[in-house]
Design a protein around this ligand. Structure first.
Ligand code: F3S
Ligand code: F3S
Length: 105
């Protein structure tokens, strides 16, 4: 799967959402998350993120290794919704993200 990392937090550019052929990039309060079982590894999202927040799982920088779990566990309750558009903004974040200080500017 592909993983969204910390640079997305408080940025949420959403360019990635338009590229995903299976609509598996879901919007939380402070960042977006890729549903690992719905992602087909097409890689279309990765080059369009202006802050380079998207990585193939094997290419996650070491200082962001916890973002694998951040993406996967965000879906513990949501499961496989089968498309992000119909859900809109989900009113939560992974606890690690929720606890971060403001990342803008
Ligand atoms: Fe976030 Fe980049 Fe997508 S900032 S919303 S991962 S385009
Ligand atoms: Fe979608 Fe990116 Fe996966 S475009 S299918 S989330 S690699």
């Amino acid at each position: 799967t592909y993983i969204i990392g910390q640079p997305c937090v408080d940025i949420k550019d959403r360019a990635c959402v338009d590229e995903c052929p299976v609509d598996c990039i879901y919007e939380g309060k402070r960042m977006l998350y890729i549903q690992p079982d719905e992602c087909v590894d097409c890689g279309a999202c990765e080059p369009v993120c202006p802050v380079e927040a998207i990585y193939y799982e094997d290419d996650l920088p070491e200082d962001q290794s916890e973002y694998y779990d951040v993406n996967v566990k965000f879906f513990d309750d949501l499961g496989m919704p089968g498309g992000a558009a119909k859900l809109g903004v989900i009113d939560s974040d992974h606890p690690l993200v929720a606890a971060l200080p403001p990342q803008n500017g």
